[in-house]
Design a protein around this ligand. Structure first.
Ligand code: IMP
Ligand code: MG
Length: 439
Protein backbone atom coordinates (compact mmCIF):
# COMPACT_ATOMS: atom_id res chain seq x y z
CA UNK A 1 0.00 0.00 0.00
CA UNK A 2 1.17 3.53 -0.67
CA UNK A 3 -0.16 6.96 0.10
CA UNK A 4 0.96 9.47 -2.46
CA UNK A 5 0.80 13.24 -2.74
CA UNK A 6 0.76 14.74 -6.23
CA UNK A 7 1.59 18.44 -6.33
CA UNK A 8 2.34 21.09 -8.93
CA UNK A 9 6.03 21.98 -9.05
CA UNK A 10 5.59 25.29 -10.88
CA UNK A 11 2.81 27.94 -11.02
CA UNK A 12 -0.09 25.54 -11.49
CA UNK A 13 -1.48 24.08 -14.74
CA UNK A 14 1.35 21.55 -14.89
CA UNK A 15 -0.98 18.81 -16.04
CA UNK A 16 -1.77 17.41 -12.59
CA UNK A 17 -5.24 16.46 -13.78
CA UNK A 18 -3.88 14.00 -16.30
CA UNK A 19 -1.26 12.58 -13.91
CA UNK A 20 -3.70 12.15 -11.02
CA UNK A 21 -6.17 10.60 -13.42
CA UNK A 22 -3.51 8.08 -14.43
CA UNK A 23 -2.50 7.34 -10.86
CA UNK A 24 -6.09 7.15 -9.70
CA UNK A 25 -6.16 3.79 -11.45
CA UNK A 26 -4.12 2.40 -8.53
CA UNK A 27 -5.84 4.47 -5.86
CA UNK A 28 -8.77 3.43 -3.69
CA UNK A 29 -9.30 6.95 -2.41
CA UNK A 30 -8.48 10.34 -3.96
CA UNK A 31 -8.44 13.39 -1.70
CA UNK A 32 -8.42 17.01 -2.77
CA UNK A 33 -6.83 18.80 0.19
CA UNK A 34 -6.93 22.53 -0.68
CA UNK A 35 -7.98 25.23 -3.12
CA UNK A 36 -11.39 25.84 -4.59
CA UNK A 37 -12.96 26.50 -7.96
CA UNK A 38 -9.91 28.52 -8.97
CA UNK A 39 -8.45 25.17 -10.07
CA UNK A 40 -9.28 23.62 -13.38
CA UNK A 41 -8.38 20.10 -14.36
CA UNK A 42 -8.95 19.05 -17.93
CA UNK A 43 -9.07 15.32 -18.50
CA UNK A 44 -9.59 13.64 -21.83
CA UNK A 45 -10.95 10.09 -21.73
CA UNK A 46 -11.82 8.32 -24.95
CA UNK A 47 -12.20 11.62 -26.75
CA UNK A 48 -14.51 13.01 -24.07
CA UNK A 49 -13.31 16.12 -22.27
CA UNK A 50 -14.06 16.62 -18.59
CA UNK A 51 -13.44 19.97 -16.95
CA UNK A 52 -13.31 19.64 -13.20
CA UNK A 53 -12.75 22.38 -10.64
CA UNK A 54 -13.44 20.77 -7.29
CA UNK A 55 -14.27 17.12 -7.73
CA UNK A 56 -11.13 14.94 -7.82
CA UNK A 57 -10.54 13.40 -11.21
CA UNK A 58 -10.66 9.97 -9.55
CA UNK A 59 -14.45 10.25 -9.91
CA UNK A 60 -14.03 8.88 -13.43
CA UNK A 61 -13.15 5.49 -11.90
CA UNK A 62 -16.37 3.97 -10.54
CA UNK A 63 -14.71 2.20 -7.58
CA UNK A 64 -12.63 5.13 -6.39
CA UNK A 65 -13.80 7.17 -3.43
CA UNK A 66 -13.27 10.90 -3.86
CA UNK A 67 -13.05 13.26 -0.92
CA UNK A 68 -13.12 17.04 -1.03
CA UNK A 69 -11.05 17.77 2.06
CA UNK A 70 -11.24 20.12 4.95
CA UNK A 71 -8.68 22.58 3.57
CA UNK A 72 -10.71 23.33 0.46
CA UNK A 73 -13.15 26.18 -0.10
CA UNK A 74 -16.36 25.06 -1.73
CA UNK A 75 -18.57 27.07 -4.04
CA UNK A 76 -21.81 25.07 -3.81
CA UNK A 77 -23.24 26.44 -7.04
CA UNK A 78 -20.20 25.44 -9.10
CA UNK A 79 -19.95 22.09 -7.33
CA UNK A 80 -23.57 21.30 -8.20
CA UNK A 81 -22.95 22.27 -11.84
CA UNK A 82 -19.96 19.95 -11.89
CA UNK A 83 -22.03 17.12 -10.45
CA UNK A 84 -24.64 17.74 -13.14
CA UNK A 85 -21.97 17.67 -15.86
CA UNK A 86 -20.80 14.27 -14.63
CA UNK A 87 -24.34 12.92 -14.39
CA UNK A 88 -25.04 14.10 -17.94
CA UNK A 89 -22.01 12.11 -19.10
CA UNK A 90 -23.21 9.06 -17.14
CA UNK A 91 -20.47 9.22 -14.53
CA UNK A 92 -21.68 7.98 -11.13
CA UNK A 93 -21.15 10.44 -8.30
CA UNK A 94 -22.18 8.41 -5.25
CA UNK A 95 -18.52 7.94 -4.36
CA UNK A 96 -18.08 11.63 -3.68
CA UNK A 97 -17.63 12.87 -0.12
CA UNK A 98 -17.43 16.45 1.08
CA UNK A 99 -15.73 17.54 4.27
CA UNK A 100 -18.03 19.16 6.79
CA UNK A 101 -15.22 21.45 7.92
CA UNK A 102 -14.42 22.87 4.48
CA UNK A 103 -15.33 26.53 4.09
CA UNK A 104 -18.05 27.77 1.76
CA UNK A 105 -17.55 30.43 -0.89
CA UNK A 106 -20.48 32.85 -0.80
CA UNK A 107 -21.66 35.44 -3.35
CA UNK A 108 -20.03 38.24 -1.34
CA UNK A 109 -16.66 36.49 -1.58
CA UNK A 110 -16.83 36.61 -5.35
CA UNK A 111 -17.94 40.25 -5.37
CA UNK A 112 -15.20 41.24 -2.94
CA UNK A 113 -12.52 39.35 -4.87
CA UNK A 114 -13.41 41.15 -8.09
CA UNK A 115 -13.88 44.54 -6.45
CA UNK A 116 -10.58 44.37 -4.59
CA UNK A 117 -8.74 43.40 -7.78
CA UNK A 118 -10.25 46.38 -9.53
CA UNK A 119 -9.27 48.64 -6.67
CA UNK A 120 -5.68 47.45 -6.80
CA UNK A 121 -5.48 48.59 -10.43
CA UNK A 122 -1.99 47.99 -11.78
CA UNK A 123 -1.07 46.18 -8.57
CA UNK A 124 -3.74 43.53 -9.07
CA UNK A 125 -2.90 39.89 -8.29
CA UNK A 126 -4.62 38.57 -11.39
CA UNK A 127 -6.86 36.25 -9.39
CA UNK A 128 -9.38 33.94 -11.00
CA UNK A 129 -12.12 36.16 -9.54
CA UNK A 130 -13.79 33.15 -7.93
CA UNK A 131 -13.79 34.49 -4.39
CA UNK A 132 -10.94 32.28 -3.19
CA UNK A 133 -8.90 34.90 -1.28
CA UNK A 134 -11.90 36.38 0.57
CA UNK A 135 -13.16 32.89 1.54
CA UNK A 136 -9.82 31.95 3.07
CA UNK A 137 -9.56 35.42 4.65
CA UNK A 138 -12.88 34.83 6.44
CA UNK A 139 -11.63 31.42 7.53
CA UNK A 140 -8.56 33.04 9.12
CA UNK A 141 -10.65 35.84 10.55
CA UNK A 142 -13.01 33.21 12.00
CA UNK A 143 -16.09 34.60 10.32
CA UNK A 144 -16.33 31.88 7.67
CA UNK A 145 -19.29 29.65 6.93
CA UNK A 146 -18.38 25.96 6.95
CA UNK A 147 -20.14 23.10 5.21
CA UNK A 148 -21.46 21.97 8.60
CA UNK A 149 -23.16 25.39 8.96
CA UNK A 150 -24.44 25.27 5.40
CA UNK A 151 -26.36 22.05 5.98
CA UNK A 152 -27.92 23.28 9.21
CA UNK A 153 -30.60 25.80 8.15
CA UNK A 154 -30.93 27.51 11.54
CA UNK A 155 -27.18 27.93 11.88
CA UNK A 156 -26.94 29.14 8.30
CA UNK A 157 -29.68 31.76 8.72
CA UNK A 158 -28.14 33.18 11.85
CA UNK A 159 -24.59 33.27 10.50
CA UNK A 160 -25.49 34.57 7.06
CA UNK A 161 -27.72 37.36 8.36
CA UNK A 162 -24.90 38.64 10.53
CA UNK A 163 -22.20 38.19 7.91
CA UNK A 164 -24.11 39.64 4.97
CA UNK A 165 -25.05 42.73 6.96
CA UNK A 166 -21.38 43.13 7.78
CA UNK A 167 -20.19 42.52 4.19
CA UNK A 168 -22.84 44.90 2.85
CA UNK A 169 -21.13 47.76 4.67
CA UNK A 170 -17.93 46.99 2.75
CA UNK A 171 -19.73 46.43 -0.55
CA UNK A 172 -21.66 49.70 -0.28
CA UNK A 173 -19.31 52.04 1.50
CA UNK A 174 -15.95 50.94 0.16
CA UNK A 175 -16.79 49.65 -3.30
CA UNK A 176 -20.00 51.50 -4.11
CA UNK A 177 -21.75 48.24 -4.99
CA UNK A 178 -25.34 47.17 -4.38
CA UNK A 179 -25.91 45.35 -1.08
CA UNK A 180 -26.94 41.69 -1.02
CA UNK A 181 -30.35 40.72 0.32
CA UNK A 182 -29.66 38.23 3.14
CA UNK A 183 -33.01 36.46 2.71
CA UNK A 184 -32.42 35.82 -1.02
CA UNK A 185 -28.94 34.40 -0.38
CA UNK A 186 -30.19 32.28 2.56
CA UNK A 187 -32.94 30.74 0.44
CA UNK A 188 -30.60 30.02 -2.45
CA UNK A 189 -28.00 28.38 -0.21
CA UNK A 190 -30.52 26.33 1.77
CA UNK A 191 -31.53 24.84 -1.55
CA UNK A 192 -27.90 24.04 -2.44
CA UNK A 193 -27.37 22.58 1.02
CA UNK A 194 -30.25 20.16 0.59
CA UNK A 195 -28.69 18.87 -2.62
CA UNK A 196 -25.20 18.57 -1.15
CA UNK A 197 -26.12 17.18 2.28
CA UNK A 198 -25.99 13.50 1.27
CA UNK A 199 -22.31 13.88 0.37
CA UNK A 200 -21.15 15.51 3.62
CA UNK A 201 -18.88 13.52 5.97
CA UNK A 202 -16.19 13.84 8.63
CA UNK A 203 -13.41 13.69 6.05
CA UNK A 204 -10.43 13.33 8.39
CA UNK A 205 -12.07 10.30 10.00
CA UNK A 206 -12.98 8.81 6.63
CA UNK A 207 -9.39 9.18 5.41
CA UNK A 208 -8.04 7.75 8.66
CA UNK A 209 -10.25 4.68 8.30
CA UNK A 210 -8.99 4.21 4.76
CA UNK A 211 -5.41 4.40 6.05
CA UNK A 212 -6.18 1.77 8.68
CA UNK A 213 -7.69 -0.46 6.02
CA UNK A 214 -4.39 -0.13 4.11
CA UNK A 215 -6.07 1.45 1.11
CA UNK A 216 -4.05 3.38 -1.48
CA UNK A 217 -4.70 7.07 -1.06
CA UNK A 218 -3.84 9.73 -3.56
CA UNK A 219 -3.74 13.35 -2.41
CA UNK A 220 -4.42 15.52 -5.43
CA UNK A 221 -2.89 18.98 -5.07
CA UNK A 222 -4.31 22.01 -6.82
CA UNK A 223 -2.40 25.08 -8.07
CA UNK A 224 1.36 24.82 -7.65
CA UNK A 225 4.38 25.37 -5.42
CA UNK A 226 5.05 28.95 -6.54
CA UNK A 227 1.42 29.85 -5.81
CA UNK A 228 1.75 28.71 -2.19
CA UNK A 229 0.60 31.36 0.31
CA UNK A 230 3.69 30.90 2.48
CA UNK A 231 6.35 29.69 0.06
CA UNK A 232 5.30 31.05 -3.32
CA UNK A 233 5.87 34.37 -5.05
CA UNK A 234 3.89 36.40 -2.49
CA UNK A 235 1.73 38.45 -2.98
CA UNK A 236 1.17 36.89 -6.42
CA UNK A 237 -0.06 33.63 -4.92
CA UNK A 238 -3.27 31.88 -4.06
CA UNK A 239 -4.61 31.87 -0.50
CA UNK A 240 -3.99 28.22 0.39
CA UNK A 241 -0.98 25.90 0.68
CA UNK A 242 -0.53 23.84 -2.48
CA UNK A 243 2.82 22.41 -1.27
CA UNK A 244 3.04 18.85 0.00
CA UNK A 245 2.78 19.85 3.67
CA UNK A 246 -0.52 21.55 2.86
CA UNK A 247 -1.94 18.20 1.79
CA UNK A 248 -1.57 16.91 5.35
CA UNK A 249 -3.19 20.00 6.88
CA UNK A 250 -5.97 20.07 4.31
CA UNK A 251 -6.77 16.39 4.76
CA UNK A 252 -6.43 16.13 8.51
CA UNK A 253 -3.74 13.45 8.47
CA UNK A 254 -0.25 13.25 9.93
CA UNK A 255 2.86 13.46 7.70
CA UNK A 256 3.96 9.97 8.76
CA UNK A 257 1.29 8.32 6.62
CA UNK A 258 2.65 9.78 3.39
CA UNK A 259 4.85 7.38 1.45
CA UNK A 260 5.68 9.41 -1.64
CA UNK A 261 5.52 12.90 -3.01
CA UNK A 262 5.34 13.30 -6.78
CA UNK A 263 5.90 16.68 -8.39
CA UNK A 264 4.35 17.50 -11.74
CA UNK A 265 6.19 19.95 -13.98
CA UNK A 266 5.76 20.97 -17.59
CA UNK A 267 8.75 20.57 -19.90
CA UNK A 268 8.62 24.38 -20.06
CA UNK A 269 7.00 26.93 -17.73
CA UNK A 270 3.69 28.77 -17.72
CA UNK A 271 2.02 31.24 -15.41
CA UNK A 272 -1.41 32.90 -15.36
CA UNK A 273 -2.00 36.10 -13.48
CA UNK A 274 0.49 38.75 -12.51
CA UNK A 275 3.89 38.47 -10.86
CA UNK A 276 7.53 37.96 -11.79
CA UNK A 277 8.43 35.15 -14.20
CA UNK A 278 12.16 35.17 -15.05
CA UNK A 279 12.09 32.76 -18.01
CA UNK A 280 9.03 34.29 -19.68
CA UNK A 281 9.26 34.48 -23.48
CA UNK A 282 7.68 37.46 -25.18
CA UNK A 283 8.44 36.69 -28.81
CA UNK A 284 7.66 34.07 -31.38
CA UNK A 285 8.79 31.04 -29.35
CA UNK A 286 6.51 32.04 -26.47
CA UNK A 287 3.59 32.25 -28.91
CA UNK A 288 4.50 28.88 -30.36
CA UNK A 289 4.56 27.22 -26.91
CA UNK A 290 1.22 28.81 -26.09
CA UNK A 291 -0.40 27.65 -29.33
CA UNK A 292 1.08 24.15 -29.42
CA UNK A 293 0.45 23.67 -25.70
CA UNK A 294 -3.10 25.12 -25.88
CA UNK A 295 -2.14 27.32 -22.96
CA UNK A 296 -5.46 28.85 -22.02
CA UNK A 297 -6.82 28.62 -18.48
CA UNK A 298 -9.48 25.97 -17.80
CA UNK A 299 -11.20 28.23 -15.31
CA UNK A 300 -10.88 31.71 -16.79
CA UNK A 301 -9.90 31.09 -20.42
CA UNK A 302 -6.99 33.50 -19.94
CA UNK A 303 -3.96 33.06 -22.15
CA UNK A 304 -1.10 31.69 -20.07
CA UNK A 305 2.31 33.34 -20.08
CA UNK A 306 4.91 30.88 -21.44
CA UNK A 307 8.65 30.51 -20.93
CA UNK A 308 11.59 28.11 -20.78
CA UNK A 309 11.97 25.50 -18.06
CA UNK A 310 13.23 27.06 -14.85
CA UNK A 311 15.57 24.70 -12.99
CA UNK A 312 15.95 27.07 -10.02
CA UNK A 313 12.24 26.83 -9.39
CA UNK A 314 12.45 23.10 -10.00
CA UNK A 315 15.08 22.69 -7.29
CA UNK A 316 13.02 24.87 -4.98
CA UNK A 317 10.00 22.65 -5.55
CA UNK A 318 12.11 19.61 -4.70
CA UNK A 319 13.14 21.32 -1.45
CA UNK A 320 9.83 22.66 -0.14
CA UNK A 321 7.82 19.59 -1.12
CA UNK A 322 10.39 16.87 -0.43
CA UNK A 323 9.78 15.49 -3.91
CA UNK A 324 10.63 11.84 -4.48
CA UNK A 325 10.21 12.03 -8.22
CA UNK A 326 8.82 14.08 -11.07
CA UNK A 327 6.24 13.68 -13.78
CA UNK A 328 7.26 15.80 -16.78
CA UNK A 329 4.31 16.79 -18.94
CA UNK A 330 3.84 18.25 -22.42
CA UNK A 331 7.27 17.25 -23.69
CA UNK A 332 5.69 17.00 -27.17
CA UNK A 333 5.04 20.77 -27.15
CA UNK A 334 8.82 21.21 -27.66
CA UNK A 335 8.92 18.83 -30.65
CA UNK A 336 9.45 21.46 -33.35
CA UNK A 337 12.09 23.58 -31.68
CA UNK A 338 15.64 23.63 -33.06
CA UNK A 339 17.09 24.64 -29.69
CA UNK A 340 15.74 24.51 -26.18
CA UNK A 341 16.92 26.65 -23.30
CA UNK A 342 16.87 25.70 -19.65
CA UNK A 343 17.42 28.15 -16.83
CA UNK A 344 20.11 26.66 -14.57
CA UNK A 345 20.63 29.64 -12.23
CA UNK A 346 19.73 33.32 -11.92
CA UNK A 347 21.76 36.46 -12.24
CA UNK A 348 20.88 38.67 -9.28
CA UNK A 349 22.49 42.11 -9.39
CA UNK A 350 25.51 40.72 -11.22
CA UNK A 351 25.95 37.67 -8.95
CA UNK A 352 25.07 34.07 -9.73
CA UNK A 353 22.19 32.81 -7.62
CA UNK A 354 21.52 29.06 -7.49
CA UNK A 355 18.60 29.18 -5.07
CA UNK A 356 15.15 30.66 -5.35
CA UNK A 357 15.29 33.94 -3.40
CA UNK A 358 12.50 34.10 -0.84
CA UNK A 359 12.76 37.89 -0.91
CA UNK A 360 10.12 38.96 -3.47
CA UNK A 361 11.93 42.06 -4.69
CA UNK A 362 15.12 40.06 -5.23
CA UNK A 363 13.19 37.48 -7.20
CA UNK A 364 11.72 40.25 -9.34
CA UNK A 365 15.27 41.35 -10.24
CA UNK A 366 16.50 37.87 -11.20
CA UNK A 367 17.34 37.21 -14.82
CA UNK A 368 17.91 33.67 -16.08
CA UNK A 369 21.25 32.08 -16.85
CA UNK A 370 20.55 29.58 -19.61
CA UNK A 371 22.09 26.47 -21.01
CA UNK A 372 21.05 25.63 -24.54
CA UNK A 373 20.26 22.08 -25.60
CA UNK A 374 19.60 20.81 -29.12
CA UNK A 375 15.99 20.14 -30.06
CA UNK A 376 14.82 16.88 -31.68
CA UNK A 377 12.51 18.32 -34.34
CA UNK A 378 10.39 15.23 -34.72
CA UNK A 379 7.15 14.07 -33.20
CA UNK A 380 7.25 12.34 -29.81
CA UNK A 381 3.48 11.98 -29.54
CA UNK A 382 3.53 8.28 -30.27
CA UNK A 383 6.45 7.34 -28.03
CA UNK A 384 5.42 4.88 -25.34
CA UNK A 385 8.81 3.86 -23.92
CA UNK A 386 11.96 5.83 -23.15
CA UNK A 387 13.69 3.95 -25.99
CA UNK A 388 11.17 5.36 -28.46
CA UNK A 389 12.27 8.92 -27.71
CA UNK A 390 14.74 10.73 -29.97
CA UNK A 391 18.16 10.91 -28.32
CA UNK A 392 17.92 14.69 -27.84
CA UNK A 393 14.59 14.34 -26.05
CA UNK A 394 16.00 11.72 -23.70
CA UNK A 395 19.05 13.91 -23.10
CA UNK A 396 16.76 16.81 -22.31
CA UNK A 397 14.94 14.75 -19.67
CA UNK A 398 18.20 13.55 -18.17
CA UNK A 399 19.40 17.14 -18.03
CA UNK A 400 16.31 18.11 -16.06
CA UNK A 401 16.68 15.15 -13.69
CA UNK A 402 20.30 16.09 -13.02
CA UNK A 403 19.55 19.77 -12.62
CA UNK A 404 16.95 19.09 -9.96
CA UNK A 405 18.63 16.02 -8.53
CA UNK A 406 15.40 14.07 -8.65
CA UNK A 407 14.41 11.13 -10.86
CA UNK A 408 11.68 11.27 -13.48
CA UNK A 409 8.93 8.67 -13.10
CA UNK A 410 6.47 9.71 -15.79
CA UNK A 411 6.72 11.53 -19.10
CA UNK A 412 3.56 12.83 -20.74
CA UNK A 413 3.37 13.46 -24.48
CA UNK A 414 -0.21 14.50 -25.07
CA UNK A 415 -3.55 14.91 -23.37
CA UNK A 416 -4.91 11.38 -23.64
CA UNK A 417 -4.26 8.63 -21.10
CA UNK A 418 -2.16 6.51 -23.46
CA UNK A 419 0.21 9.32 -24.50
CA UNK A 420 2.40 8.58 -21.54
CA UNK A 421 5.70 6.92 -20.73
CA UNK A 422 5.65 5.31 -17.31
CA UNK A 423 9.36 5.02 -16.56
CA UNK A 424 8.63 3.38 -13.27
CA UNK A 425 5.38 2.97 -11.36
CA UNK A 426 5.69 5.90 -8.96
CA UNK A 427 3.30 4.35 -6.47
CA UNK A 428 4.56 0.79 -6.24
CA UNK A 429 7.98 0.92 -7.87
CA UNK A 430 11.16 1.16 -5.83
CA UNK A 431 11.95 4.61 -4.55
CA UNK A 432 14.57 6.45 -6.61
CA UNK A 433 15.06 3.70 -9.18
CA UNK A 434 13.67 5.85 -11.94
CA UNK A 435 15.03 7.91 -14.82
CA UNK A 436 18.11 9.67 -13.48
CA UNK A 437 20.92 11.52 -15.19
CA UNK A 438 23.07 8.36 -15.05
CA UNK A 439 20.74 6.19 -17.07
P1 IMP B 1 -6.85 33.03 -6.82
O1 IMP B 1 -6.45 31.67 -6.43
O2 IMP B 1 -8.07 33.09 -7.69
O3 IMP B 1 -6.93 33.97 -5.65
O4 IMP B 1 -5.68 33.61 -7.76
C1 IMP B 1 -4.38 33.91 -7.25
C2 IMP B 1 -3.31 33.55 -8.26
O5 IMP B 1 -3.25 32.15 -8.41
C3 IMP B 1 -3.54 34.11 -9.67
O6 IMP B 1 -2.28 34.38 -10.26
C4 IMP B 1 -4.20 32.95 -10.40
O7 IMP B 1 -4.00 33.02 -11.78
C5 IMP B 1 -3.44 31.79 -9.78
N1 IMP B 1 -4.17 30.52 -9.79
C6 IMP B 1 -5.16 30.14 -8.95
N2 IMP B 1 -5.58 28.89 -9.25
C7 IMP B 1 -4.83 28.49 -10.27
C8 IMP B 1 -4.76 27.24 -11.00
O8 IMP B 1 -5.48 26.27 -10.75
N3 IMP B 1 -3.84 27.20 -11.99
C9 IMP B 1 -3.02 28.23 -12.26
N4 IMP B 1 -3.03 29.38 -11.61
C10 IMP B 1 -3.93 29.51 -10.62
MG1 MG C 1 -5.42 24.43 -14.10
Amino acid sequence: MANVIVIGAQWGDEGKGKITDLLSRSADVVVRPQGGVNAGHTIVVQGQTFKLHLIPSGILYPETECIIGSGTVIDPKVLLEELQQLKNLNVATDNLFISQTAHVTMPYHRLLDQASEQRRGEKKIGTTGRGIGPTYADKSERTGIRVVDLINPDELKEKLEWTINYKNVILEKLYNLDPLDPQVVIEEYIDYAEQLKPYVVDSSLKIYEAIQQKKNILFEGAQGTLLDLDHGTYPYVTSSNPIAGGACVGSGIGPTVVDRVIGVAKAYTTRVGEGPFPTELHGEIGEQLCDRGAEFGTTTGRRRRCGWFDGVIGRYAVRVNGLDCLAITKLDVLDELAEIKVCVAYDLDGKRCDHFPSNASEFARCTPIYETLPGWQQSTENCRKLEDLPKEALDYLKFLAELMDVPIAIVSLGASRDQTIIVEDPIHGPKRALLTSNQ
